[in-house]
Design a binder for this molecule. Structure first.
Ligand code: SAM
Length: 346
């Protein structure tokens, strides 16, 4: 048994610091290391917040890499109370070996109203992967779909982790500005990026980006190129908007805020969830967050179970993911559900 500490990712505001404090232990428990972790507890070292935990063994390279991908913690150390006669605590830094696939300004540069917190979005991606049958699959083999993509935070979080991505959003301005941003960003970074724009009869428009060089041998193992598809349209038409796009392993989304009526959100979810769950590959998982201040978790679970064949995960820590966002969104919650591996391909 070894003891480690993970530093809670430092945040630029108290509000986000509280978010990281609340979700960091959950993310660790829902990571590849989770099954071997015991005695997880918050501690303060040198005025900084950490999580201390015991792990069943020494961390191998793959486990260190998994730590590096976590969103809510940012630095990792082996921990000793004492070394010989010298009292600690002593920390030895762990090199996780993880580096995001693109420079992180891909996700942080743009600021706009309604943007979902970047680290929270990465957290959703991580727990969706962990909850799927693809938990051990490298990110570059996975495809992530956000059916309510806004300005693309999920797409960028998943691209940084290494996935290929797709999104649907009804606001044409959001999609157009995201498409322009991707092209400009890749050009500035000197990353190869081909774009194809398409009109989809009666339902919308979409852009296909092929990012990074196509390997000359067309090697199936190569993590390049990545695909990014974004479509303007209504999410209930996701099947048509995503026609000929490879089906996603994971669906990650942040539901619209500011919806006044319970009925409006349940109408959207009731109509959209069957479409989303049909798109999801068998063995895939969905992680979605919503403003639960006036839309209780029990109602969301009931809705998910009646409108789709997905199985909702509701044992701890899945039922402990609710957290405060700000004065308006007093409680945001996260629902994670998976699709049976033997669910027939539709
Ligand atoms: C919370 S926002 C997503 C923000 C996004 N995660 C980001 O950081 O940019 C929810 C999005 O759902 C979109 N939306 C709501 N109803 C929709 C529908 N029926 N079809 C497609 N998009 C919809 C809204 O326009 C909004 O952009």
């Amino acid at each position: 048994m070894n003891t480690y500490v993970a530093q809670i990712a430092p945040q630029r505001s108290t509000q986000y610091a509280a978010l990281a404090d609340a979700l960091a232990p959950r993310e660790l428990a829902l990571s590849a290391l989770g099954a071997g972790i015991t005695n997880i507890a918050p501690i303060e070292l040198g005025g900084q917040s950490f999580l201390k935990f015991d792990y069943s063994g020494a961390l191998d390279a793959a486990e260190r890499n998994e730590l590096g991908m976590l969103a809510m913690t940012s630095a990792y150390y082996e921990y000793r109370d004492q070394i010989d006669d010298a009292l600690g605590p002593w920390l030895r830094p762990i090199d996780t070996g993880y580096a995001p696939v693109f420079p992180p300004d891909l996700i942080v540069t743009r600021r706009y109203k309604g943007k979902t917190n970047e680290l929270f979005t990465q957290f959703l991606c991580n727990i969706a992967r962990h909850s799927s049958a693809f938990a051990a699959a490298p990110w570059h083999t996975l495809r992530v779909f956000d059916p309510l993509a806004g300005g693309g935070t999920t797409l960028f979080a998943a691209l940084l982790l290494g996935a290929s991505v797709a999104g649907v959003e009804k606001d044409s301005g959001d999609v157009e500005s995201t498409a322009t941003f991707i092209e400009q960003y890749m050009r500035e970074q000197g990353i190869a990026c081909r774009v194809k724009e398409e009109r989809l009869k009666k339902i919308g428009r979409r852009w296909w980006f092929t990012i990074g060089k196509v390997s000359p041998e067309r090697d199936a193992e190569s993590p390049w190129p990545k695909q990014c598809v974004i479509a303007i349209g209504d999410t209930t038409q996701s099947a048509d908007l995503m026609s000929s796009v490879k089906r996603p392993n994971l669906i990650v989304t942040d539901l619209p805020y500011g919806i006044q009526h319970h009925g409006e959100l349940s109408g959207l979810i009731g109509d959209a969830l069957p479409v989303w769950s049909n798109l999801l590959l068998p063995g895939g998982a969905l992680a979605m967050s919503w403003d639960a201040t006036r839309f209780p978790r029990a109602d969301m679970i009931a809705l998910a179970q009646t409108s789709s064949s997905l199985t909702v995960l509701d044992d701890p820590p899945y039922n402990q993911l609710a957290h405060r966002v700000d004065r308006v969104i007093k409680q945001r919650d996260v629902l994670v559900a998976h699709k049976a591996i033997n669910d027939a391909l539709k």
